[in-house]
Design a protein around this ligand. Structure first.
Ligand code: PLP
Length: 360
């Protein structure tokens, strides 16, 4: 059976990329050794690193006054990295709370400042939604405004592009980076754990506007200090070289597909198909307002939760893996990142329609 993996992580890679990596795993570029075994300071690896950065910059059209850092520490590392680098002499920052990950960032920020929390969660006609950006009250003395555009667990997304004048906007793009075109110049810092749309866990991408460098708190660990990382070309300590290499292959694959514009079209088509099947029936339900529905993570419930177990067993047997919802939400969740082809979502919706026919 063809297997489609709807897991939310920790590494969703296009099948073509995995096959290529498999082919060159033991003998990379005829060196008779694996890319993960060569020095990160060798000219061969420096070329991998530089090409990955260039391709990433091309894909998101990152302006030249932004630095790209390849870091350790994941999204949670940046929950600390952001305040430690960007607060400067300020003592507060605005944090928009739209879901699980945004509120986790607030918890970490409390160690370093007094976050001003903007609760953006609202219920509209019984559906979960996010207040529009025009209603976010930015405080005067805040160092930056932090938000999470795609809540991986809640299945909630903020599709608006920020427009807050001189305010430094910081965004956690861990689960939606590279899934659509974006205007990087609207942000001060963008960060993303690699493990959804980029590559395997262990690598974190940070895009930082260069005028924000040089302000790190004196207690900021060097491995989180954007200036130290930038001055050392992200090789202050040993970088996660294999994850960097694999991410580079993903960037090349994305370019071959037609870049983020093409991914956006495919991602919209996938999401439309899946939400369409959910909305058409009373058997399945998603309770997020249409304007805030995530195109990456689609949580859904069966009207009769007694059928959950059977749904998971039968879907797994049909090659549709990892559909169990996150433990804090329950029900089902289909993560449909860039690496999930439209055929995978078609297989899922065909299964859902058939399951309803047999058990509805
Ligand atoms: N932010 C978002 C949006 C996430 O989805 C996740 C993990 O799933 C994190 C942050 C935490 O990332 P990490 O586990 O790399 O620390």
């Amino acid at each position: 059976t063809q297997v489609y993996n709807f897991s939310s992580g920790p590494a969703m890679l296009p099948a073509d990329v995995l096959r290529r990596a498999q082919n060159e795993l033991c003998d990379w570029q005829g060196l008779g050794t694996s890319v993960m075994e060569i020095s990160h300071r060798s000219k061969e690896f420096i070329q991998v690193a530089e090409e990955a950065e260039k391709d990433f910059r091309d894909l998101l059209q990152i302006p030249s006054n932004y630095k790209v850092l390849f870091c350790h520490g994941g999204g949670r590392g940046q929950f600390a990295g952001v305040p430690l680098n960007i607060l400067g002499d300020k003592t507060t920052a605005d944090y928009v709370d739209g879901g699980y990950w945004a509120s986790s960032a607030v918890k970490e920020a409390h160690k370093y400042c007094n976050p001003n929390v903007i609760d953006a969660k609202v219920t509209v006609d019984g559906l979960r939604a996010i207040k529009p950006m025009s209603e976010w009250q930015v405080s005067e003395n805040s160092a930056y405004l932090h938000f999470c555009p795609n809540e991986t667990i809640d299945g909630i997304a903020i599709h608006e592009a920020p427009d807050f004048g001189d305010t430094v906007v910081v965004a956690d793009y861990s689960s939606s980076i590279l899934s659509h075109p974006m205007d990087v110049s609207r942000f001060g810092v963008i960060y993303a754990g690699a493990q959804k749309n980029i590559g395997p866990a262990g690598l974190t991408l940070v895009i930082v506007r260069e005028d924000l460098l040089g302000k790190a708190h004196k207690a900021c660990p060097s491995i989180l200090d954007y200036t130290v990382l930038n001055d050392n070309d992200s090789m202050f300590n040993t970088p996660p070289t294999f994850a960097w290499y694999l991410s580079g292959l993903v960037f090349k694959w994305l370019k071959e597909q037609g870049g983020v514009e093409t991914m956006d079209k495919i991602n919209r088509a996938k999401a439309e198909l899946l939400y369409g099947v959910i909305d058409k029936s009373d058997f399945y339900r998603n309770d997020v307002a249409s304007a805030n529905r995530s195109r990456m993570n689609v949580p859904f419930q069966l009207a009769d939760s007694a059928l959950d177990k059977l749904f998971l067993e039968e879907s797994f047997a049909a090659g549709l893996h990892a559909l169990k919802g996150h433990r804090v939400v329950g029900g089902m969740r289909a993560s449909i990142y860039n690496a999930m082809p439209l055929e995978g979502v078609k297989a899922l919706t065909n299964f859902m329609v058939d399951f309803e026919r047999r058990h509805g």
